[in-house]
Design a protein around this ligand. Sequence first.
Ligand SMILES: Nc1nc2c(ncn2[C@@H]2O[C@H](COP(=O)(O)OP(=O)(O)OP(=O)(O)O)[C@@H](O)[C@H]2O)c(=O)[nH]1
Length: 306
Amino acid sequence: MSIQWFPGHMNAARKKAAESMEKTDLVIEVLDARLPLASSNPMIEELRKHRQRPCLKILNKADLADPAATKEWLAHFNGAKDTHAVALSCKKPADVAKVPGLALKLAPHRGTALKPLRMMIMGIPNVGKSTLMNALLKKRVAAVGDEPAVTKAQQRLYLGNNMVLIDTPGMLWPKIQHPTDGLMLAASHAVGVNAVIEEEVATFLAEQLLARYPALLTGRYGFATEGLDGVGVIEGIAQKRAFRVKGGELDFEKAAHTLLIDYRGGALGRISLETPASRKHLLDTYVPPVLLGEPRATEEEDDDER
Ligand SMILES: Nc1nc2c(ncn2[C@@H]2O[C@H](COP(=O)(O)OP(=O)(O)OP(=O)(O)O)[C@@H](O)[C@H]2O)c(=O)[nH]1
């Protein structure tokens, strides 16, 4: 499958994010816990490191991810000094309540009424940025939706009197470093897909599930998966659910859609599409992006009035 890039939009997004970064003390990067690497955008790391900003990485939708894989990802991300990674569900108030404390820990030089901690929530579409922001603010301020890139406008919102949220929802497109990234993102609904591509995405997803979670497929759809490939799984779903088009043929499209909906909503169980081990090759060969220029000398220059 091919994912189109829009360099004009990318450059505009990058410029805006770079400007916002100057007025930010801490980056809250929201990732999808089911695919933390594919749902990251290296531009965030590049921009924040350039300004020496610490990062709270939130592996969101942890309620949908495989807990064992999430544990591995946390160990992977928590090696860096200026980064803290936490897995949570932004839909759970008790989980979100941990965020301010973790944020303050990462930027102890801020967090007073005079010098509020300025936080920027960043991430690719549909990872849950608005859900997090709304939960932090405990009221609905940004549109939350199933369609990627629901929220457009940038906002600046006070959280108590010692923290400020700067939100850039949907600003950053995923960086597709490998073809399977695009398929994982499409399966998880971070990028929209048409019906034709949906069948390809569902076939890819079925193959992933066959390799790592065959019991979940059997549990959900009630057929044995031995000897099947991705297409066979989708045909099996169509057969079991009696999805047929006019003329009696199996309705592959409907079965493909069903598999995707079931995965996205967690009906199949808790699933992760990648682990540090499955992405080892990419992690080993990762080349850090080129910095934009010299990092700033001191923190003091960045203070701004409220
Ligand atoms: N299961 C589950 N769903 C979540 C969680 N957080 C967000 N969602 C759902 O994910 C979808 C996208 O959430 P948003 O908060 O709109 O995501 P966003 O990153 O602001 O999206 P854009 O506006 O497209 O940039 C919504 O359907 C949310 O209800 C979570 O922790 N668990």
